[in-house]
Design a protein around this ligand. Structure first.
Ligand code: ADP
Ligand code: NI
Length: 210
């Protein structure tokens, strides 16, 4: 990659790092750095324009609705940042289209993704799996007052008690089948297997059998 492109990536990285400085672990710059690295790794196996992949990985959560009063602003912020840095229009539009269409929430209404978008989406989803996925789920529970495990997950109102382990089954174990790339699917399988063995051991210890 040309040094001018490397410099652009470094500029975007430091803007993203400072904008996310006060966002908690799991949704902060640590998540972005992992998605960025995994995106590069997947690109080395699947191809795609590396500059677009790196920029979209860095910017994909820049305006996460959770931190902007429920309004998803990532596309708008990405366009503003890239325009300020003088990035060409084709690249800006491509990155913005990826950022706007990769979230799990939007999957029913999302536009179809380019190879670069598929790589970034896989990288983002992989960060919800494996050891990191377990930690992020625990951190989410701690932040939103949700237990990781509840042997009797029913509230006094009769409503089901949401749990971290429940989230594994409701969402995270569905991600492997949603992977776009073969390399992403293979990594997802290894990470899901690790999570499943963690749950087995966790449950054995909870029931006194482990
Ligand atoms: P993304 O970074 O792709 O935007 P989300 O913001 O949806 O992903 O979720 C980030 C992480 O927070 C997930 O990987 C998961 O571990 C955790 N999380 C999200 N929703 C829940 C939930 N309802 N219960 C437990 N953990 C959750
Ligand atoms: Ni993300």
């Amino acid at each position: 990659m040309a040094s001018i492109q490397r410099e652009l990536i470094e500029q975007v990285s430091s803007i993203v790092q400072s904008r996310l400085a006060d966002q908690g672990a799991g949704h902060g710059f640590d998540h972005i750095q992992r998605v960025w690295k995994t995106g590069r790794k997947l690109q080395s196996m699947c191809g795609g324009d590396l500059l677009v992949i790196e920029l979209a990985a860095l910017l994909h959560d820049i305006g996460d609705a959770k931190f902007h009063d429920g309004k998803e602003c990532s596309k708008q912020f990405s366009i503003e940042i890239l325009n300020q840095l003088g990035v060409d229009e084709v690249t800006v539009n491509h990155v913005a289209q990826i950022v706007d269409n990769i979230s799990f929430r939007k999957r029913a209404s999302a536009e179809s993704l380019s190879l670069e978008g598929q790589v970034v989406q896989d990288a983002d989803r992989l960060d919800a799996l494996g050891a990191v996925g377990i930690v992020r789920t625990i951190e989410f529970g701690a932040a939103f007052d949700q237990p990781f495990y509840d042997p009797n997950p029913v509230l006094s109102t009769g409503e089901p008690q949401k749990t971290g382990i429940g989230h594994f089954h409701e969402k995270l174990f569905k991600l492997r089948d949603l992977m776009n790339t073969d390399a992403g699917r293979e990594m997802a399988k290894a990470r899901e297997d690790f999570m499943r063995s963690f749950i087995c051991q966790f449950e054995l210890e909870c029931t006194g059998e482990g």
